[in-house]
Ligand binder design. Structure first.
Ligand SMILES: *Cc1c(COP(=O)(O)O)cnc(C)c1O
Length: 390
């Protein structure tokens, strides 16, 4: 067996092969886990001039390098760094692109904790944020100021799942030398080619579909050539470092990500269509549904959809929603998603740029890898409880 030339292969093959070199590690299929802070040098020259590939555990180990290489290969970017959480990957991408006195544009549909970072931490460093309508597309240009340095998009948005016109946003951003940062956690590079659509810093909460088993946190940021140096420096200077066992779990999860994601996709679409037909449901927020306002752009730009979507119920009392959710046998109530199991949460999206159009309670479902018929039966029993508790 000789080493595959990963760059020319299709994405599914690259997910399996990228960042692995069994015969450099005694033939073992998976990379060994290096637990290392101190790394020794044989010569003073190596010690002083960093001529070795590995110099200190915080900088790089073969374990970290292996996952980094695999993600960079999948993203098609210039450089990838790992962070101990998805949120840190979001904040690192922003810190890599802005300086004191700069202005940042952020989609109103942003992941809540990223918004909190902008409002509570970035402000202390003299960076101001303006939130914009996720449906703005190229019209976001009207919000550009002379000091706008970055625009943070998320498509589909957290909780409400609006699809953004990223090529249009990237075109006007680049004409003004503004960096485009995308939180691509929902689609992953498998279903949305961020760098290929003009994104400069592609962020992923690897906690979700890469790890895929609800047992580790991890974030990744991948930069285009234009922002690689700034990303690398900022990551290094902040002292960001990830634990080798978590890297191993992410690495292990990655190898089956494409298979899991397609199973999540099929099951979620079936459940979403079923929910759409329910009398208790006002609308289902899932861009792969023909009824979704973001469907045309999703179809143009994406290669698939994942297992996470939103539901707006017709107005009903809180206690009826609680009765429905608390009685589920297969849908657990918990933060995060992307694992093999089904989840549900109530959601209360915060909006400051455009008011949210919702009359009834909002829910977010993650459709797991259980038998879909069993999931539908669980959901059906849930609606019976909801109707009884009204
Ligand atoms: C979960 C999530 C994050 C944060 O990831 P953590 O690993 O939980 O910090 C960031 N963005 C999106 C869209 C997420 O869903």
């Amino acid at each position: 067996m000789s080493k595959p030339s990963s760059g020319s292969r299709r994405p599914d093959t690259r997910i399996v092969t990228a960042g692995r070199d069994p015969f450099s590690q005694n033939g073992a299929v998976n990379p060994p886990v290096y637990h290392a802070s101190t790394i020794l040098h044989r010569t003073v020259d190596a010690l002083e001039n960093e001529t070795q590939a590995y110099t200190y555990g915080r900088n790089l180990t073969p374990t970290i390098e292996s996952l980094q290489t695999a993600i960079r290969d999948l993203e098609g970017g210039e450089h990838t760094v790992l962070c101990p959480s998805g949120l840190q990957a979001c904040t690192l991408a922003i810190l890599s692109a802005v300086s004191a006195g700069d202005h940042l544009l952020v989609t109103d549909s942003i992941y809540g904790p990223t918004r909190r970072f902008c409002n509570r931490t970035l402000t202390r460093f003299g960076v101001t944020t303006t939130y914009f309508d996720p449906n703005a597309g190229a019209a976001v240009e009207k919000l550009f100021r002379p000091n706008t340095k970055a625009i943070f998009v998320e498509s589909p948005g957290s909780l409400t799942f609006e699809i953004q016109d990223i090529p249009a946003i990237a075109e006007c951003a680049h004409a003004n030398d503004i960096a485009v940062i995308l939180d691509n956690t929902w689609a992953t590079p498998l279903f949305f080619d961020a760098i290929g659509h003009g994104v400069d810093l592609s962020v992923m909460a690897a906690t979700k579909y890469v790890v895929g088993h609800s047992d580790a946190l991890m974030g990744t940021v991948t930069a285009s050539a234009r922002y690689a140096r700034q990303l690398k420096d900022t990551h290094h200077n902040l002292g960001i470092s990830v634990g080798p066992d978590d890297v191993y779990l992410a690495q292990r999860g990655l190898r089956t990500m494409h298979v899991r994601m397609r199973a999540h996709e099929t099951a979620a679409l079936r459940v979403a269509r079923w929910l759409e037909a329910r009398p208790e449901v006002a609308r289902v927020m899932h861009p792969a549904l023909e009824s979704d306002p973001g469907h045309a752009i999703w179809k143009r730009d994406f290669r698939g959809s994942s297992g996470l979507f939103g539901v707006e119920l017709k107005p009903c009392p809180e206690k009826a929603v609680a009765a429905m959710l608390e009685g589920y046998e297969l849908f657990g109530m918990g933060w995060s998603w992307g694992g093999y199991e089904s989840l549900v949460i109530t959601s209360h999206p915060l909006r400051t740029a455009v008011p949210l159009k919702a009359q009834g309670p909002l829910l977010r479902y993650h459709i797991g890898l259980e038998d879909t018929d069993d999931l539908l039966a669980d959901l059906e029993a849930g609606f019976a409880r909801l109707n009884e508790a009204r």
